[in-house]
Design a protein around this ligand. Structure first.
Ligand code: SF4
Length: 246
């Protein structure tokens, strides 16, 4: 998997975020070049918040035919439901706590914005269903010292999403927050798995991409040397006809 950091800006300020915030938006010409150079068809759009990128829908079109993942905090999904349901294989959205006010506190935003985010997740679910898309919603639930007691309740509160969703459980790495998954909680997770078609998956190591294209990149040459030979297409750099104008 190759991660493409569309921007290093974010509309949230989560407490354990390691993002080096600047105000870079990855240039469209670099994105196009990456798309036409890769022979791997698996990419993930990440950030910052990737939906801040002003050409996000164009970018989805550039990667037509790819297996696309999207990591988003969910607040800016509105207005892009159809394109995302049609083009993405999965959309990963974090859920930190059971209560809206607690999530708002750790993300440094208002409760209204979190309610909007929840509404967006439901709309995305409905759009995926209506369009019979294979896209999955992955609820990324990071557990830590301060939410471990409510982990099962958090998962229960999202079971209504049904089979199009996966709950992915992983630990927060930050030393002030980190804790191991207690045995009794793991037992309960095993007991609840597949309830209503909703899958619970443990992902203790997280997904590590083979390459991350940073939003700070100012020219294709900067990342060219980082691209492992195995993922460069023999055809390289030839752009398909009817491509999106930069
Ligand atoms: S949503 Fe992600 S990128 Fe944005 S502040 Fe939170 S952890 Fe950082």
């Amino acid at each position: 998997m190759i991660a493409i950091e569309l921007t290093d800006m974010c509309n949230h300020i989560c407490r354990w975020c390691t993002l080096n915030r600047r105000s870079n938006i990855l240039r469209l010409d670099i994105i196009k070049k990456v798309a036409y150079t890769l022979n791997r068809r698996e990419i993930v759009f990440t950030g910052g918040e990737p939906l801040i990128h002003p050409r996000f829908t164009d970018i989805l079109n550039i990667f037509d035919g790819f297996n696309i993942g999207l990591e988003t905090n969910g607040e800016l999904l509105s207005g892009k439901f159809m394109q995302i349901a049609d083009k993405c294989s999965w959309v990963k959205i974090p859920i930190e706590y059971l209560f809206v006010s607690d999530i708002a506190r750790v993300r440094g935003c208002t409760s209204e914005r979190i309610v909007r985010t929840f509404t967006n997740i439901k709309f995305l679910r409905d759009t995926i269903r209506n369009r019979r898309s294979p896209c999955k919603i992955i609820l990324s639930i990071k557990y830590h010292k301060f939410n471990i007691d409510e982990l099962i309740d958090i998962i229960d509160s999202w079971f209504f999403l049904g089979k199009i969703a996966v709950a992915e459980i992983s630990p927060v790495r930050h030393p002030r927050f980190h804790c191991d998954l207690p045995e009794n909680v793991r037992d309960k997770l095993i007991e609840k798995n597949y309830y209503n078609g909703f899958i619970i998956k443990e992902n203790p190591g997280g997904d590590i991409p083979i390459l991350r294209v940073p939003a700070t990149c100012k020219g294709y040459e900067e990342i060219q040397c980082l691209l492992p030979r195995s993922i460069i297409s023999q055809k390289t750099t030839k752009e398909p006809s009817g491509s999106i104008p930069v």
